[in-house]
Design a protein. Structure first.
Length: 512
């Protein structure tokens, strides 16, 4: 059910959280920051529900709702309060200032149920008022039926026109392109979404052909159900807009059966993101299989490396006894290389080992960043990186899942290496931030991120990389991990100069 809500709050953070919660449930809300703006909005709009969150003094909020009551008595009024006592709230309810109240911080299910109930009650009241008004008009018409016959006919005509406009508005309110198609693929009627797809005014589309106007095709779309239809029923097909790459699922419904002159209703649902998700899932499954294979290979390499180390150490003893300095130097190099291989294998095994129930504990972010860079630096594409590390030894420990946090920094370091094409200066830095928080920075000297992309880099499946080089999930997963740990991730980038990702996590409680 769609609602027209008004949210009044002088706290951008509180208003943003509440607006986001409502948006997830498909409920749109207009937001104002103060009393004056809210009353001005109500003078020109009709709200089903007015929501006023208040984290401090409730008197001003209740006073605002009293004025809303005077201005729009049928609007339902909801107060979100943290401090008000029951006596104050009961008094406000008795005076008619508020209908509902919810305690802060809110429970999502309780708040959404309250908002939905309030909107439903508003709609019911509107219907009751409309019904009462209709009954009143009918009574007047019956009383003056003989003398006002002409007036009644005119009123009925206006009602038909209003019904026609309402039907047209309903048609236009559908977010997917919707058309009525007649013989020869001729567009008879279209909604606003179809006009947006065609990038033409609505009134210019009737009389044109659907495939030409909507998709820029000379011939009908491949697989179009209307091609094979001869007055049949429903059909489905997938249509690709080759100009934009968007994919639509076309569903056709018989509107008026008249043989070759039949008319159809065509609904185009955009399934581009669904297709991207399917491809991403397949790619993720491939990556998971590769990860399992790498873990198995690393495990199998552990034993031979141990044997190499053991025999190298035995051979060193023999070389020392024989006084063969050249052989001894060679064996030292072999031992060093074998130990490095063992460290790499151990790191891979540690990172690939699943975290049981995502168990959390005390984590040293200096060690996690160092380990993440060590694992990434073993890849050929990153061997030419020049790493500059500035680790604050006073950095507080944090509570988290070590493997998940390591995945965060592996993603950031790999992205930095790709931005610099595998060579350049990579800076890893940690420091103590405000309120004792742990701050970690990964800075590159790469190509940078264009300003128009900065607001979308954490969206799932958004990527500027070439096909096959990225799924668009790395930064999305990184954002989710940091958010789940109670932290934030920020980005500062300048095109041609480089990018800095800053991860801020709360310190572990003192008792930990």
């Amino acid at each position: 059910m769609e609602h027209r809500l008004l949210l009044v709050s002088d706290s951008p953070a509180l208003a943003g959280s509440l607006e986001a919660l409502l948006a997830r449930e498909g409920i749109a809300a207009d937001v104002t920051g103060d009393k004056g703006a809210a009353l001005e909005w109500l003078h020109s709009h009709r709200a089903s529900v007015v929501i006023v969150p208040c984290a401090r003094d409730d008197r001003e909020a209740i006073q605002l709702l009293e004025e809303v009551h005077s201005l729009a008595s049928s609007t339902r009024r909801l107060l979100l309060t943290e401090r008000a006592d029951l006596e104050t709230l009961q008094s406000a309810i008795n005076m008619g200032a508020i209908h509902y109240f919810v305690r802060l911080p809110w429970n999502e299910e309780e708040l959404l149920a309250t908002v939905d109930g309030a909107a439903t009650r508003f709609i019911q009241r509107q219907r009751q008022e409309s019904m009462a008004e209709l009954v009143h008009h009918q009574h007047q018409e019956l009383e003056a039926l003989t003398s006002q016959l002409t007036t009644m006919v005119e009123r009925r005509t206006r009602q038909l026109e209003r019904a026609k406009r309402e039907w047209e508005r309903t048609f236009d309110a559908i977010s997917s392109p919707l058309t009525q198609v007649g013989p020869g693929f001729e567009l008879l009627r279209v909604n606003l979404a179809a006009a947006a797809q065609a990038d033409k005014p609505v009134r210019q589309l009737p009389g044109t052909r659907c495939h030409e106007s909507l998709f820029g095709r000379v011939e009908p779309c491949a697989g179009c159900p209307l091609v094979a239809s001869s007055g049949g029923g429903r059909g489905d097909a997938e249509i690709v807009d080759e100009r934009s790459g968007r994919v639509f699922r076309l569903s056709t419904y018989l509107f008026e059966e008249a043989g070759e002159q039949s008319k159809f209703v065509c609904n185009y649902k955009d399934i581009t993101q669904e297709k991207q998700l399917q491809r991403a899932v397949v790619q993720s499954e491939k990556l998971a299989g590769i990860g399992q294979l790498a873990g198995g290979v690393a495990h199998e390499l552990n034993n031979p490396i141990g044997v190499i180390l053991s025999f190298t150490q035995f051979s060193k003893e023999s070389a020392e006894r024989l006084g063969d300095e050249e052989l001894l130097d060679n064996l030292v190099e072999v031992e060093s290389a074998a130990k490095r291989c063992k460290e790499i294998v151990a790191g891979l095994l540690d990172f690939s080992r699943p975290s049981v129930d995502l168990k959390q504990g005390l984590v040293n972010l200096n060690e996690v960043m160092e380990k993440a860079f060590f694992l990434v630096s073993t890849q050929r594409a990153t061997r030419n990186l020049t790493a500059i590390t500035e680790y604050d030894r006073e950095l507080p420990l944090v509570i988290g899942n070590r493997n998940q946090l390591m995945q965060v920094f592996i993603n950031l370091i790999q992205n930095a290496a790709q931005a610099m094409s595998g060579s350049g200066e990579l800076r890893l830095k940690t420091e103590v931030g405000e309120r004792g928080r742990a701050v970690c920075e990964v800075t590159d000297q790469g190509v940078g991120i264009p300003p128009e992309h900065l607001s979308r880099i954490f969206e799932p499946f958004f990527t500027t990389k070439a096909p096959g080089q990225g799924t668009g999930l790395g930064l999305s997963v990184t954002y989710g991990i940091i958010d789940a740990h109670g932290g934030v991730i920020k980005v500062d980038s300048k095109v041609g100069r480089g990018t800095t990702f800053k991860v801020v996590l709360p310190p572990a409680p003192a008792e930990e």
